[in-house]
Ligand binder design. Structure first.
Ligand code: F6P
Length: 360
């Protein structure tokens, strides 16, 4: 094989992208291989090809650095997802052009780091003849065929820290505090952070909620002398008789932008309970900053395992976390079907056992 690996980051950014890039480039250099970064997402493979070699000396500090030094995008000619379960085919001419770009660069493998949409693009490039390995990324943790994606733990840490801070001010003022976290189709961040941060109400996309249920919980707490309450709501949660809230509709090359549910929930709680209620939208803070210890280790294992797969010539696969270690699965197992919080799983059962209101 030639000695040049390409690496590309696609979709929304998250903590740990640079840690994966570092792990791939370091492990590859020990094999005597070069690593080339494709710039600006998959578009960097199109004419004029945009890339640069990643030299060993510049990998210092990358383990902890947030974002992606390669740049990324979740729109444009390589948009492979515009809604739940909706996979888009990338245009044939775009895939052909990317293949030519990869040949022009002399890549013997392409490591594609991304979530459902980017890995679906990776699969289409693989079917086109590019030797691809996938690495699962998304703070939403909603990817099939891996127990966890990287970036998720860092987002949960950020949301938990926010809840800890909201707790003290909520208690001081006897207020209800509503925190909106990310989670488009799956409520992993909301439920993990909600449990870790001692929330009283957790609203996730998997369980449409009723306002009566939420205000009953707040009243129950008040009756016990607890005059403040903490509510976590995932951006993709919706009331039983309502729709998901968006701030802009879906476009040909972009999913609808979610937002506004915390405002609505806070207003309804205040109107119905008479309790002073405030809200905070955590937004992209969850996607920024340094990865947690867990994510640093996971990213390192993912990156080194990706290089092992390249070495063995096992393409069309994605590295995957089993809970105990890292293995690999066919890319096709990971895409097309999002992994949502199971309603009969341990997280939901624990929440219910504590009397946390899940909105139903
Ligand atoms: O998919 C990850 C995610 O963080 C979603 O939770 C969120 O809806 C979306 O990205 C936001 O994307 P953008 O930064 O493009 O608005």
């Amino acid at each position: 094989m030639s000695n040049r690996i390409g690496i590309v980051t696609g979709g929304g950014d998250c903590p740990g992208l640079n840690a994966v890039i570092r792990a791939v480039a370091k492990a590859a250099s020990r094999q005597g291989w070069e690593t080339w970064g494709i710039l600006g997402g998959f578009e960097g493979l199109l004419q004029p090809v945009s890339c640069r070699q990643l030299h060993y000396r510049e990998l210092g500090g990358m383990l902890t650095r947030g974002g992606t030094i390669l740049g990324t995008t979740n729109r444009g000619r390589f948009t492979a997802k515009v809604g739940l379960g909706q996979a888009l085919r990338i245009a044939d001419e775009t895939l052909d052009e990317a293949k030519r770009g990869s040949e022009e660069l002399g890549l013997s493998a392409l490591v594609a780091i991304g979530g459902d949409g980017s890995l679906s693009i990776a699969q289409q490039l693989f079917e086109r003849g590019i030797p691809v390995i996938g690495v699962p990324k998304t703070i939403d943790n909603d990817l099939s065929a891996t127990v966890m994606t990287f970036g998720f733990d860092s987002a949960v840490a950020c949301a938990t820290d926010a809840l800890d801070r909201l707790h003290t001010t909520a208690e001081s003022h006897g207020r209800v505090m509503v925190l909106e976290v990310m989670g488009r189709y799956a409520g992993w961040i909301a439920i993990y952070a909600g449990l870790a941060g001692g929330a009283d109400v957790i609203l996730i996309p998997e369980i449409p909620f009723s306002y009566d249920c939420i205000t009953a919980k707040i009243a129950e707490r008040a009756a016990m002398g607890r005059h403040f309450s903490i509510v976590v709501v995932a951006e993709g949660a919706r009331p039983q008789d309502g729709e998901v809230m968006t701030t802009g509709g879906a476009q040909q090359d972009r999913e609808a932008r979610l937002g506004g549910i915390a405002t609505r929930v806070a207003a309804e709680i205040e109107r119905r309970s008479g309790k002073e209620t405030r809200y905070v939208v955590l937004g992209h803070l969850q996607r920024g900053g340094a990865p947690t210890n867990f994510d640093r280790t996971l990213c390192t294992m993912f990156g080194t395992h990706a290089v092992e797969l390249v070495q063995r010539g096992e393409f069309g696969r994605m590295v995957s976390f089993t809970g105990a270690g890292v293995e690999s699965v066919p890319l096709t197992d990971a895409i097309g079907q999002l992994r949502r919080v199971p309603l009969d799983g341990g997280l939901v059962r624990s929440a219910r056992a504590l009397g946390i209101c899940l909105g139903d």
